[in-house]
Design a protein around this ligand. Structure first.
Ligand code: NAP
Length: 354
């Protein structure tokens, strides 16, 4: 089978290089080119390597990065995976879609557009249909986005609870890893031995994005979910993995056992379709009193290519009418490049990338 040719945009950044990691042995997709700014033109990937917990193949490290060239990408690629900063991504992604390329983006710029799916295949696979409403779809071009890294971890457990009990109120407090800020990110003198209780725009993104993703698609439009959502976000001195403390009030009050059962039986389209990067279990529940922890659980997910793609939930408990739990997810895999990869795999499996 001839593999689909893909471009990686932002290949010198953390998300771009997570894309490269996931594409090295992808069964359907193959890297055509690595793209970044003019600053990186001609550099070998090995010279600008930021992902240090994956052993890349020597031939991958020898590949050269070139400046983004829309015409060249449009001529040779069906897909562009975008790990560009939002302010840069907006125009490039629009131009690529206009030129007939399917863009799977990590950037925030197009997430809240009415005709752009904000997609997590386990949570709202039906929203992929929105691409057909994009003016460029007739030419084969469209944009699919994935959510902010902290919203992504939260969505699967909430979806399991929404389906089983309905949601009335969600209060989330995050402990977010430094890799979430890109490279070089937060200066070490500001974060070592410290916690920073502010991440620009993060709380607003979490509060808006979760309602869109858990909303209902009706007549080609997403009607936002109706529960109350409050987020507080902090940066902590952890390398990878966002930990979140979640308090939920449901419409139909569940017991702790009901919540565990709902999350354990949570299965969705990526698992049924056996998408290559889908974890066998999207939500893993830990019974130990001190889990999940970034060092232990950040790479949760089976099989090997789905490492870092499962969300780990622990300490599920109740106080009065409120259910409380912690969750952990890998911000640059599940919450970043892995999420986009799964979105592209869903589109491919559904014949949207022909
Ligand atoms: N890190 C996370 O956990 C995470 C999770 C989800 C989503 N995201 C989103 O994913 C995107 C990338 O994040 P990141 O953490 O990978 O950032 P990053 O490490 O700062 O990488 C940014 C990349 O964008 C390229 N770039 C910057 N300006 C450019 C320009 N003018 N033209 C072309 N390329 C340009 C950079 O290339 P040069 O080296 O050539 O400048 C680099 O390759 C952001 O939108 C971010 O919000 C990040």
């Amino acid at each position: 089978m001839k593999k689909t040719q893909v471009a990686v945009l932002g290949a010198t950044g953390i998300i771009g290089q997570r894309f490269v990691q996931l594409l090295e042995d992808h069964p359907w997709f193959e890297i055509q080119g690595l793209y970044a700014s003019e600053r990186s033109e001609g550099k070998r990937l090995g010279e600008v390597n930021k992902v240090k917990d994956h052993i890349f193949m020597p031939e991958t490290m020898d590949r050269k990065v070139v400046q983004i060239d829309i015409a060249k990408i449009a001529k040779s690629c069906r897909i562009a995976f975008s790990g560009l900063p939002s302010e840069i991504a907006k125009d490039y992604e629009s131009q690529l879609a206009e030129a007939g390329v399917a863009v799977f983006s990590n950037a925030a710029s197009h997430r809240m557009r009415h005709d752009v799916p904000l997609l997590i295949p386990e949570v709202n696979p039906g929203h992929l249909e929105l691409v057909k409403r994009q003016p460029t779809f007739a030419k084969g071009g469209f944009i699919v986005t994935n959510a902010n890294c902290s919203t992504t971890g939260l969505a699967p457990p909430l979806k399991a609870m929404q389906d089983a009990f309905g949601l009335q109120q969600v209060v989330v407090s995050t402990y977010q890893a430094v890799s979430g800020a890109g490279y070089p990110g937060v200066p070490s003198l500001d974060i070592l031995g410290n916690v920073v209780p502010y991440i620009k725009g993060e709380e607003e993104k979490m509060e808006a994005e979760i309602l869109k993703m858990l909303g209902t698609l009706k007549a080609g439009k997403v009607a936002d979910a109706k529960f109350e959502m409050l987020a507080s976000c902090a940066r902590v001195p952890v390398l990878n993995g966002h930990l979140e403390s979640v308090v939920v009030r449901c419409v139909k009050e569940p017991s702790v056992e009901d919540v565990i059962k709902a999350m354990r039986r949570f299965r969705a389209e990526p698992q049924e379709l056996e998408l290559p990067t889908a974890p066998k279990e999207a939500i893993i529940i830990r019974d130990e009193l001190d889990r999940p922890q970034p060092q232990w659980d950040v790479n949760a997910g089976e099989p090997a290519r789905a490492r870092g793609m499962a969300v780990t939930v622990g300490r599920i408990r109740k106080k009065d009418k409120y259910v409380k739990f912690f969750l952990l997810s890998h911000n640059t895999l599940r919450g970043g490049a892995g999420g986009s990869m799964l979105n592209a795999e869903l589109a491919y499996a559904k014949g949207i990338l022909k």
